[in-house]
Design a protein. Structure first.
Length: 117
């Protein structure tokens, strides 16, 4: 079955950086588009970034453009989210997910990111 395992979260001061990883198994990773989402306390889950199968096309929500970078290593079946210049409002549980037609599916368990001011 498809499994997604996120890691790399933690506590960081505002202005700091973190790199999240999402290791995938049970799917043909090299032909699969993926995305990162986040959900803050008391908030709805929101889209953060996505990447196509080859890594040549990426999308970001406006609030993270210029600060976050999504990338992938198809040899390692892993997608990354490099987060720089972190702000307290970036505090959330971050999830990766597999892109499906019109939606996302196969969510990971999430990794907590906490940015202190």
């Amino acid at each position: 079955q498809v499994q997604l395992v996120e890691s790399g979260g933690g506590l960081v001061q505002a202005g700091g950086s973190l790199r999240l990883s999402c290791a995938a198994s049970g799917l043909t990773f090299s032909t699969t588009a993926l995305g990162w989402f986040r959900q803050g306390a008391g908030k709805e889950r929101e889209f953060v970034a996505s990447i196509n199968w080859s890594g040549t096309s990426t999308y970001y929500t406006d609030s993270v453009k210029g600060r976050f970078t999504i990338s992938r290593d198809n040899a390692k079946n892993t997608v990354y989210l490099q987060m720089n210049s972190l702000k307290p409002e970036d505090t959330a549980v971050y999830y990766c997910a597999v892109r499906a037609p019109g939606s996302y599916k196969y969510w990971g368990q999430g990794t907590q990111v906490t940015v202190s001011s």
